[in-house]
Design a protein around this ligand. Sequence first.
Ligand code: DGP
Length: 112
Amino acid sequence: MDCLFCKIIAGEIPSGKVYEDEYVYAFRDIAPQTPTHILVVPKTHIASADEVDGANSIFVAKIFEAIPKIAAEAGLVGGYRVITNCGPDACQSVKHLHFHVMGGRQLPENMG
Ligand code: DGP
């Protein structure tokens, strides 16, 4: 499967890894939109939030267990935003489920 984030997880493409466990891989976004911008992804190929089901939702649960640790390690003491883009209307560009963890400054209230 020709998936950029699968290649990053496999170490075939370098990334700024910040966290990894059995289910979860997290790395710095290549084009950060906030002072801290981390991508948190499942270590199995799930194309988007549309593809989450009972067979793979453990990966999503583990991602949300990892996010507070990742945020704390990144020093996001004032809070952070978690976003996933799903499909063309949301401008999802990489077809491997990922959660943007963004912070390091006051974020705008408007998200869309
Ligand atoms: P989205 O638009 O929600 O699909 O976000 C995809 C994100 O992936 C975008 O913020 C940029 C990031 N990205 C794309 N290619 C790479 C890469 O090769 N390395 C890293 N670290 N991030 C990437």
